[in-house]
Design a protein around this ligand. Structure first.
Ligand code: ATP
Length: 306
């Protein structure tokens, strides 16, 4: 048996995404409340002669298999810090929609990082892994920790948040993706003549998470990128309306979209909303799942046998 490590890593939804005006460096300050949800990619690393990547899953053809893949960059950064060669094969079993606003690439970056750290026996402290995650991208640190967290700065400075119960969600996957930078550019265009306030986390929303109160959470969901995503993809309004008509307590665009997210009162309601969304023809697929989900987790580790 050859050595291999598999890490399971969740998608996220932003239950609050408060976006400030564009900074001089082009980034935006955020108050970004992440919630990890039960859609997962699995990242497996095995020793190889050089760094290679493969990917399977419905969206696999849209995933770069070169060094631009965040999973490859994670392996390279970790190896460089330890003065070793990143000689691994990385296989991504992809179930998170690509370019869907659910941080699928970030999930693979965090997954590959933990998998390589485990395979190479580095036992890095979480703080060291989080540093590399922040270097890889704003959403990557959260993929490592999971659960719920408030991200400030570009979203990468995390404070873990308590969650007092389970929430039931449906995600409607759109036809095609949306580029996150394009959505931010549209946000800037739409707000060109507006004094955009500094982003602040909603205390009502944090309390709803802490107490596990679904109705209160439904009443406080907010995504400042939603007008920009709807401007670039007006048909998302039909998907939001279809889920609301099917009984969702709240509906919003997930992150930069175009995935849309629906909060349901319980698992049965979520199954019904998913069915209605599929029947509406306004999305490619609809998935019911729970939250919060665990962050990147080693689910299989086979040591080399000589
Ligand atoms: P976010 O929610 O973090 O803004 P997203 O979910 O909208 O991201 P991703 O699925 O992360 O989008 O993919 C965005 C782009 O990143 C893809 O179009 C692809 O070119 C690139 N990419 C790099 N690595 C990966 C990866 N491992 N999986 C998917 N896409 C990747």
């Amino acid at each position: 048996m050859s050595a291999g490590v598999t890490v399971r890593v969740p998608a996220k939804v932003n239950v609050q995404l408060a976006v400030g005006g564009a900074r001089p460096d082009g980034y935006h300050d955020l108050a970004n409340v992440f919630l990890a949800v039960g859609l997962y990619d699995e990242v497996t690393v095995t020793p190889a002669d050089s760094l290679t990547i493969s990917c399977t899953g419905a969206d696999a053809d849209q995933v770069p298999l070169d060094r631009g893949n965040l999973a490859a960059r994670a392996a390279e950064l970790l190896a460089a810090r330890h003065g070793i060669e990143p000689n691994v094969h990385i296989h991504i079993a992809k179930d998170i929609p690509v370019a869907g606003g659910m941080a699928g690439g970030s999930a693979d970056g965090a997954g590959a990082l933990l998998a390589c750290d485990t395979l190479w026996g580095l036992e890095s402290p979480q703080s060291a892994l989080l540093d590399i995650c922040a270097e890889l991208g704003s959403d990557v640190p959260f993929s490592l920790v999971g659960g719920a967290a408030l991200g400030t700065g570009r979203g990468e400075r995390l404070t873990v948040l308590p969650v007092g119960g389970d929430f039931h969600w449906v995600f409607a996957v759109a036809y095609g993706g949306l580029s996150t930078p394009a959505v931010y550019r549209e946000f800037d265009r739409l707000n060109a003549d507006v004094a955009v306030p500094a982003p602040v986390a909603s205390s009502q929303l944090l309390e709803a998470l802490r107490t596990g109160d679904t109705s209160a959470l439904a009443g406080s969901l907010v995504n400042d990128l939603q007008p920009a995503a709807l401007s670039l993809r007006p048909s998302l309004a039909d998907t939001l309306a279809a889920g609301t008509a099917a009984g969702a307590l709240a509906a919003l665009v997930s992150g930069s979209g175009p995935t849309t997210a629906f909060l349901a009162k319980d698992a049965d309601a979520a199954a019904g909303i998913a069915e209605a969304l599929l029947a509406s023809g306004s999305c490619r697929t609809a998935r019911a799942t729970g939250a919060p989900a665990r962050g990147a987790t080693v689910i299989q580790y086979s040591g080399a046998v000589s």
